[in-house]
Design a protein around this ligand. Structure first.
Ligand SMILES: *Cc1c(COP(=O)(O)O)cnc(C)c1O
Length: 453
């Protein structure tokens, strides 16, 4: 019999709701707090920056939320994404484990990020908002939002960290192609940017500065909103389309994953693939292991502390109850730029605290080695972020071999690496290294948090 390599869903089979795990969590997530008054926030407090519907989703306790028809229609451009059996990788590892992956790299922007970008653009458009501002580091979020905004006729201004703007022209060009205005940050357009430039004319910029600029513009104009690509509850919610599809696809494959794996930056693609499987653990009597994979150099889940901290580096955002390394923690400049974030989303943090999921940290060289093996066997060059999930899938497949036990592994391939080839050039040239963090360094950053609340 010929092997079935990949499984797709028909348009009729597509899920029509997102899954809100807050409804099923035994311990509900703690509320975000106002950074000044330290009072619990309500949806209305977010209206100056976010579409009302998104602000409501941030606090929602509904189990299932309908995906609007317009969003479902746009998803059809590339969804369902393929569920693929990695036969060649299994063979190379000589493992009794079955390995499946969900390929989110097939989206127009090349990652999972359009799943929420489209939803966010849609709700803003519905409300009559005209312009969106956002920040981007490496450019993945900016490209996804550019693609989404032009569909709904929204103007988009992307503040791109200046050093990335200069080093990564291709993502900037993708954003321009989709009609977005890309501004190297710090810029002269905002008070925050001008202040930095007056003190440090050659500032390379940072994500924190770019956030300040984007938020400042959105706060000034009632027709301009701000948009975020990870961490927040509504972002994780929109990504659950990945896991809802995967559940149906695994069923079609006649298989059942024992382990579900996702790489971890702020939590969105991990939540996307895993939350529907955690639902079955909580409600359906299943015992699927769920594992988030972070870089060894930015280990908020495995070595951070659960407490209230700011979402940004500067301290402008609400305080969020999360696993954090401290908001001014400066991660080493690894190539998985999307995983260099000091904190973790509130939903994921509570789940980890309650031991409803696991977390591991993997060093950079092991992740690239895994990425190269994956490229050679399965043909797809993965994003440096996604190689973290691959590396953990390989670890689990090796354990299965040692134990002589069959098991089924599912991981999320959050994106392809065709615009990250510079990172591969560095790896292949022997120029990459691992970054060990001492307990002292982590404690130094966490100690500063003691007086926050
Ligand atoms: C942004 C990004 C990530 C990390 O973000 P999460 O919100 O943790 O998913 C991972 N992989 C890719 C390809 C990304 O673009």
């Amino acid at each position: 019999m010929k092997q079935i390599k990949k499984i797709l869903l028909t348009e009729q089979e597509m899920p029509t709701t997102w899954y809100n795990i807050a409804a099923d969590m035994p311990n509900k997530p703690l509320p975000p707090l106002h950074p000044g008054t330290k009072q619990a926030l309500k949806p209305e407090d977010l209206y100056p920056l976010f579409a009302e519907e998104l602000a409501k989703q941030e606090f929602s306790m509904e189990r299932y939320i309908e995906i609007p028809d317009e969003v479902q229609d746009l998803y059809k451009i590339w969804r369902s994404t393929p569920l693929v059996r990695a036969y060649a990788l299994e063979k190379a590892l000589d493992t009794p484990a079955k390995i499946y992956f969900k390929n989110e790299g097939t989206s127009p922007a090349g990652s999972h990020k359009p799943n929420t970008a489209i939803a966010q653009a849609y709700y803003n458009y519905k409300q009559g908002i005209k312009r969106i501002t956002t920040e981007t580091g490496g450019g993945q979020w900016g490209t996804a939002l550019s693609f989404a905004c032009q569909h709904f006729g929204l103007d988009l201004k992307v503040f791109m960290v200046k050093v990335s703007y200069n080093q990564k022209p291709y993502r900037k060009l993708m954003m321009n192609t989709w009609g977005a205005d890309v501004i190297p940050s710090p810029s002269n357009l905002t008070a925050a940017g001008r202040k930095i430039l007056s003190e440090h004319p050659d500032s390379p910029g940072s994500l924190g500065i770019a956030i300040s600029e984007a938020v400042e513009l959105a706060a000034q104009d009632p027709f301009t909103n701000y948009s975020l690509g990870s961490v927040l509850n509504h972002v994780l919610l929109h990504q659950t389309i990945i896991g809802e599809e995967a559940l149906l696809q695994m069923e079609k494959a006649g298989d059942e994953p024992d382990i579900v794996i996702g790489c971890f930056g702020g939590g969105s693609n991990f939540a996307g693939i895993s939350f529907p499987f955690i639902r079955r653990n909580l409600k359906g009597g299943k015992h699927t292991r769920v594992i988030a994979v972070e870089p060894q150099s930015c280990p908020k889940l495995t070595r951070g502390q659960f407490q209230y901290d700011f979402g940004d580096t500067v301290g402008l955002t609400p305080l969020l109850p999360m696993y954090t390394l401290g908001h001014d923690f400066q991660p080493a400049s690894i190539h998985a730029g999307g995983l260099r974030y000091h904190g973790a989303g509130v939903l994921v943090s509570q789940l980890l605290k309650d031991r409803l999921m696991e977390a591991v940290a993997i060093p950079q060289l092991e992740t690239f080695e895994a990425g190269i093996l994956f490229a050679k066997t399965e043909g797809i060059i993965p994003a440096p972020e996604s190689t973290h999930a691959i590396a953990q899938a390989i670890r689990e497949a090796k354990i299965a071999k040692e134990e002589g036990k069959a098991k089924t592994i599912l991981f999320n391939l959050s994106g392809h690496g065709m615009i990250d080839l510079f990172a591969y050039e560095q790896y292949l040239g022997g120029n990459l290294q691992n970054f060990e963090l001492s307990d002292r360094e982590i404690a130094r950053s966490l100690n500063k948090l003691e007086n926050l609340i």
